[in-house]
Design a protein around this ligand. Structure first.
Ligand code: MN
Ligand code: MN
Length: 467
């Protein structure tokens, strides 16, 4: 029955904002494309458990796609592709555009560090015949979520002679893993009465790593001794080598499809490696753009972007200065005309915790990549609020490329808050806005995203570079 729209429906059609669900608007072939993309992403996420591993993976992929290691003595021409590794923990990919650099650069910046448990400088100890690692958590975690999760150990140890060994142990099911134990419920009357903040403290996050003593001898700390003996045999290290190490304990399991319909992915590190992956895939497909395309994979976002490898560092500024040194331009002139997508996740609406969200301004799973005009907390503190003109430009790019997208805010106004690298980029006088993937259980050992949203994030970055 073909009925004419009523006057109000006709007007609604014209005036109301449309919020589309990818599961309804995408056809079967398009859905399959998002599932295939998600399969490749799961491989990446299972391999890259730390920022160092993500840098190594990306450099290998870039080399295979014709990217050459950046040499600041070279002069680059349109179509050239370069990668630049900074301290093994951040990486820049660039495809030189046809336009002069005075028209600026298109940046897409994601971060590859994730919340986790770092080892303390003196981590190893023994208590009642059990050996442990002391940890210092990195980033904003709910500490009670980390006990009883199988953990693997990743990172680098630099020995006294400055040689080093890389460690990656516990992801393979044939390798040993580690864990933090929790108190049995039968004895947890006092623990259960504590707030979630205090039920498991930072000093409780001690990781069980062994239980057998060094044999054929009498003395103290023989379980610790036995562990050090094994570590010395395997990695040629002694206890003091932990002082010059970066060792991270992360969930040992691989990312998996989630749901009977396999529409989602559960895994560790979606924030922000799903956005990093979307950025990598986008720039690897960029051939001779008009404006130079640059992807930065940054470190230290989860702890405030301080340090040489965080976005408060000058390494991007120096890279651009080296890139344009023969062009008679100043870096500030390039930055002033540049545009940036800060590619980071946002808090997806969770019906289980609906009261913490503003339903009209939340982002939702499967409704596409989310554009977040500002983050911060309280009265818009600690954020870059993208100007209307720039938000309009990005909106136009997304719509004309048929990207499924939505807007979002980080929960209720007075609910808490958080930030991204956007504000540090805006401080360089670069227009920037947040674009990313809605996440459930953000910062937990098992975060959830939708395959459609991940794919739309990739499409959004690609459209931005091609524009
Ligand atoms: Mn993030
Ligand atoms: Mn985060």
């Amino acid at each position: 029955m073909d009925e004419k729209l009523s006057a109000s429906n006709e007007l609604k059609e014209k005036l109301f904002m449309k919020k589309s669900h990818g599961g309804e608007t995408l056809n079967d072939d398009q859905i399959k494309e998002t599932y295939d993309f998600a399969n490749r992403y799961k491989d990446f996420l299972g391999i890259c458990k730390t920022e160092r591993e993500a840098v190594q993976y990306t450099a290998n992929r870039a080399q295979k796609s014709g990217f050459k290691e950046f040499d600041k003595k070279n002069t680059y021409k349109p179509g050239d592709k370069v990668y630049f590794i900074h301290k093994n923990k951040t990486l820049i990919l660039a495809v030189i555009g046809k336009d002069n650099f005075e028209n600026g650069v298109n940046f897409a910046i994601a971060h590859i560090d994730c919340p986790r448990l770092d080892l303390k400088p003196t981590p190893l100890y023994e208590n009642n015949d059990l050996a442990y690692f002391k940890t210092h958590y990195y980033g904003g975690i709910k500490k009670y979520q980390w006990p009883t999760v199988p953990l693997s150990l990743h990172g680098r140890i630099v020995r006294a002679d400055e040689s080093y060994v890389d460690i990656r142990l516990g992801d393979d099911e044939n390798e040993p893993c580690f864990c933090i134990t929790d108190l049995l419920p039968h004895l947890a009357k006092d623990q259960m009465a504590k707030t979630m903040l205090k039920a498991v403290t930072g000093e409780n996050l001690n990781v069980l790593i062994g239980s057998l003593p060094f044999k054929d001898d009498k003395g103290s700390e023989l379980v610790k001794l036995n562990i050090l003996k094994l570590l010395n045999e395997k990695y040629n290290i002694t206890e003091s080598d932990f002082i010059s190490a970066e060792l991270e304990l992360v969930p040992a399991y691989k990312p998996r499809d989630l749901g009977f319909d396999r529409s989602m992915i559960g895994g560790y590190g979606h924030d922000d490696r799903c956005c990093a992956y979307a950025s990598i895939e986008s720039i690897l497909e960029v051939e001779s753009p008009n404006i130079t395309s640059v992807v930065v994979l940054a470190d230290k976002e989860e702890v405030g972007s301080d340090g040489t490898t965080g976005m408060k560092s000058s390494f991007v500024k120096y890279f651009i200065a080296d890139l344009i040194k023969n062009q008679g331009l100043k870096t500030r002139d390039v930055f002033t005309r540049s545009k940036c997508l800060s590619i980071d996740v946002d808090a997806g609406f969770d019906p289980n915790f609906a009261s913490e969200y503003d339903t009209t301004n939340s982002c939702y799973l499967n409704k596409g990549v989310v554009m977040t005009k500002y983050t911060g907390s309280g009265g818009k503190m600690g954020t870059s609020d993208a100007c209307a003109e720039f938000a309009g430009k990005i909106r136009a790019i997304l719509s004309s490329a048929n990207v499924l997208w939505q807007t979002g805010e980080l929960g209720k106004v007075d609910g808490g808050g958080g930030g991204t690298i956007a504000k540090f980029i805006s401080n360089l006088n670069i227009d920037v806005i947040d674009i990313g993937v809605p996440v459930l259980s953000m910062h937990s050992p098992f975060e959830v995203i939708s395959k459609i949203d991940l794919f739309m994030c990739y499409k959004a970055i690609k459209a931005f570079f091609e524009n």
